[in-house]
Write a protein that binds this ligand. Structure first.
Ligand code: ATP
Length: 370
């Protein structure tokens, strides 16, 4: 598959009065392939929307260049900038709601009227777009009389009516209730299959991104952390941030001493873990709550006890002290321990990361203040 969206060394700096310079997007390089659904994922302030706005042409670049469908659309070096309306993109932005003073038909027809397309063609294309977004019959209704899901469909119909090769979706489902969000996800994917456009999808919601994406970019504080398939990002996160961001994580601070690993706060019994070659004295061991074996004391492992047992619909959760920390363990219901009961834990294939100095959290907080 050909690359349809290419970012080369794209950087965006903002100068703010109160907090000085912010590198909102720091040297992004990425390629999105034709027909791919590619998500930008990361905490608030990580640079998702700024990147999307630069692709759309609403924001100038500080450095670098962007190519769309084989055509250079932004280049700082060449002083080139193609305006948004000439980039051939479909867009559904959270902030770009539908126009309340136009009925459904006119909302969808609007982009075609701007392009001065003749009336018969407009009618044909609007009716087609309404059909694919299940809005037929609502042509004369005003958006204010429709549900959130229907309004979002108007925005989708308005985006697909121009037959774009690339669709930019910025938190398009964030105003909808969870059930409707799930339905709309399927509808977006079905529209993509039908019209074969490439999607860039921006969201805070990791499960939504995982469900919809072929590949995802996880970023933090203006930097790309990792680009990969949802499965690889979850199973092979490149650092602690990505591990923590996707799915549930359990982190245990450990001390490496004399070839053994101890949970912080308990130097009396080591954890049964193989130490990586480059391990420093203080490290963090990461795992998922369902990748910790919880067994009886005779089975071996780190000896501890059940502090709390929480019965949930599809699993049981246990809180178990390990050194000065308390870890969460998820098991199937058949694994049964009572609160206070002695037990052993073993960490199955955990990952190792450097100890955290808290600086990243401070910077994240600063960015959200801007
Ligand atoms: P959110 O999920 O909250 O929308 P985001 O990941 O999309 O966050 P951006 O909106 O791209 O993040 O912002 C990245 C950084 O750039 C943030 O620190 C933000 O405060 C800053 N920023 C964005 N736009 C501007 C602007 N116009 N002027 C100054 N700073 C800005």
């Amino acid at each position: 598959m050909a690359d349809q969206i290419i970012l080369r060394n794209v950087t965006k700096r903002f100068t703010t009065k109160t907090l000085g310079d912010i590198v909102a997007v720091d040297n992004f390089n990425l390629n999105v392939r034709e027909g791919e659904c590619f998500s930008f994922l990361g905490p608030s302030g990580c640079g998702k929307s700024t990147t999307l706005r630069m692709i759309a042409g609403f924001e100038d670049l500080t450095e670098g260049e962007i190519e769309l469908c084989g055509r250079l659309v932004s280049s700082k070096k060449k002083n080139l900038y193609v305006p948004p309306e000439e980039r051939g993109l479909g867009m559904v932005f959270q902030a770009f709601a539908v126009w309340p003073h136009m009925n459904v038909y006119e909302n969808v027809a609007f982009p075609l009227r701007i392009q001065k397309i003749n009336k018969t063609d407009i009618d044909k294309r609007v009716r087609e777009a309404l059909k694919h977004t299940s809005l037929t019959g609502l042509e004369n209704v005003f958006p204010g009389d429709l549900s959130g899901g229907q309004q979002q469909r108007i925005a989708l119909a308005r985006a697909i009516v121009t037959n774009p090769k690339v669709m930019l979706l910025d938190e398009p489902l964030s105003n909808l209730d969870p059930k409707l969000r799930e339905t709309m996800r399927f509808e977006i994917k079905a529209l993509q299959r039908k019209f074969n456009f490439t999607i860039i999808f921006v969201t805070h919601d990791q499960s939504e991104a995982m469900a919809i994406s072929d590949r995802m970019m996880v970023c933090d504080m203006g930097k790309i952390m990792q680009i990969d398939t949802p499965e690889n990002l979850y199973n092979k996160p490149c650092n602690r941030f990505v591990h923590n961001f996707l799915g549930e994580s359990t982190f245990i601070s450990v001390i490496v001493k004399d070839g053994k690993v101890y949970a912080k706060g308990d130097m009396t019994q080591p954890l049964d873990l193989a130490i990586p070659q480059d391990a420093a004295q203080e490290m963090v061991v990461a795992t998922r709550p369902n990748e910790i074996a919880l067994t009886g004391v005779s089975d071996g492992g780190y000896k501890t006890h059940i502090e709390k047992r929480i019965f949930l619909t599809d699993r049981t959760e246990y809180l178990v002290p390990v050194g000065e920390q308390v870890v969460k363990i998820q098991t199937p219901h058949r694994v049964h321990f009572a609160e206070g009961e002695a037990c052993c834990v073993r960490f199955l294939e955990p990952m190792w990361y450097p100890a955290d100095d808290g600086k990243a959290d401070q910077e994240r907080a600063r960015r959200q203040l801007v």
